[in-house]
Design a binder for this molecule. Sequence first.
Ligand SMILES: Nc1ncnc2c1ncn2[C@@H]1O[C@H](COP(=O)(O)OP(=O)(O)OP(=O)(O)O)[C@@H](O)[C@H]1O
Length: 705
Amino acid sequence: MKANETLHPSLNEVQLGVWRIVYTRPASVVFNGRLPLGQLKKAHHYTRTYIIPFFRDIWLVLGAKLFLLFVSDQIWTGIRGALKLYLLNALMKEIEYSFIASRENGWAISRVLVIRLGCVCAEGMTRWLHDKYSPIMRTRIKLHFKKVIMRAHLRLDLQTYSNAANRPNIKGSRTWNVFHDLVRSTAVASSLLSHIALILELARGERGGFFFAIICVSKPIYMFITKDDMWSNKFIAYATNPNFLRSRDLLSLAIEQKYKQEVLSGSLEGYIMNEFDKANTALKRTSDEFPTEAYRASRSPFVGICTSLLGDLPLMYYAVNAIMSPNTLSISALAIHQQTAVSIHAAITRITHQGSSINKNLNHIKSLYDGLNVRNSIPDGKLPYPDSGSPTETGMAISVRDVSFQYPGPSGTRFALKNVSFDIAASSLVVIVGANGSGKSSLVNLLTKLHYPTSGTILVDGKPMNEYRSRDLRRGMALLTQDHVLFPISVGENIAIGDPDCEDGPKKYECIQAAARLGGATEVIQKLDQGLEDMTEREETLCSSPFPLPPGPLKEIAEKIERYTEFSGGEVQRLVASRTFMRISSGKVKLVVADEPTSAMDPEGELELFEALRKVQDGMTMIFITHRFGHLTKHADLILCLKDGELVELGAHRELIARDGEYSRLYNIQASAFAEDLLPVPGLDFSVPRSRSAFKFEPNLDSES
Ligand SMILES: Nc1ncnc2c1ncn2[C@@H]1O[C@H](COP(=O)(O)OP(=O)(O)OP(=O)(O)O)[C@@H](O)[C@H]1O
């Protein structure tokens, strides 16, 4: 936010040291004579749509017995404090009475003692039950909601998924905490109510007791009233001080690994330290404490002094009372009142904390259930693919009719594609070229139904794409991009997952080996300790003590557990390409799309991959995106040349060279750099450069044309 921007009337702002805090104004607490109907309606809607389904699901997962056990345990936890205080009060009174009256009072004391002991035993018993059954309940709830959340994530298409608001913003492990927190609110509420009941009960039995009770609860009430609104409302805090921001950036330059190489090679150590000192000197005495700390330091001492004085008020009252009219209040009453006041204070504090955590928890539940009901933005059809009308022996035929496309959300403000039309014949080899940002990837995202055109139509085998079942259509496609990654599973499964329907057995193993060969990954796998069984990177599994492990056998075990194989960018692309060949081996693929899948590969690997793909092309349409003009462009049946989201040229290589337009311009930029260095290579139907590190392109094409 800029300094001169005016603030919305619903917001307040305050500067604390280097931080600017903008927060929503607290809602008016003054009752204006009308029921806050809007709020009530909202609460009703929330309860019906989110809270009841959440608790119903948990009831079903836990079963009635465990559910009720948990809830009653929480209520008991809430009231047992007040009950114990009540019994303590009774006990102290009886003891006091026997002292003052110098009379034996054994029976009454024993009776109260036995009840209190029963209460303490019940407390121990419920704690044991809680410890025994909580892990069972926690596991059941977590597992159930993990599955629900996974399903909610998996069912969303890419276009819908890219909007973070459509994704459940909660982890399975968090659901237990949400449930626990919500039920704990009943414990806090019952604790507050039972302590209030206790203090009223105590007040009833003493002369002046009621006034004394009010004095005892004055501190928690005062703290509740003077509670700070800023942090309990929605707020943002952002650093505005340029010197603070600079010193923070310089710190990250010094300590973050990603900058290390450049800092070292540029000998920037001295510069960074000097600049850091300069920024800190310029910061002068402006506090860079975290906003909450800075706020605490900025508060007036008045509230703190009043709070402490109110805490001591019961003692003062008792002392004055003892001087003025002795014997009106008992010592035990003072102790119990004080203790009750402390408990009420604790309950009120917990209720205020609970308020913000309830809000957070309700938002988690909302995002969970909303996530389950989000409608995918890409329409799904009913037709199976390939349907009875599609030719079985040939690849996918595609027609793009006047398609324009704009990415959803704030980032997609301009059209990535504008009025694009073309036809791709079944089983043809198509290459898409164009400068960076010209719309190549966006186009294949539409052809593979990962995104959906803003306007226009795409026909697949003569029928609109959205008439087919998305799942079937995607099964008939294989997409290979430079961004594809290895999954956190074994290397073998990373390849096998290309054809998830392939049944385990020797045939599957052979298919994996063949796919690895075609993807150029055989050597990569041979280098691994456990071959196909090797694990790729995975989520951390090690849980160790918070102290750093000293060198020794324990550390060695920990290192072994954390070990996984790291692959270079080119090796990852070879393994991912193998996955695509595995997919192709399923026999269901009718369209292969490769979006610069060899960007990190060496020239030999790239050449082999393109050759392997062309060899298996039979019965499939293939679309390649490339910046490198050469083997692919020469053999392409159709080249689509994009510029600024528009299809500016289409045709075969020679036609486009002859046209002397955008394609020819891009081609000549590359060709001119290497044309003189090329020699024909025997055994290949096109020439490759003499040097393996040289950029490959197709020689003599101009002269041929
Ligand atoms: N997820 C996205 N959200 C919003 N805009 C996007 C998104 N992806 C791409 N764009 C925009 O769409 C336009 C076309 O991008 P696209 O990735 O299709 O180009 P490209 O030709 O594949 O580029 P490159 O050669 O660099 O891979 C660009 O202006 C880009 O900024």
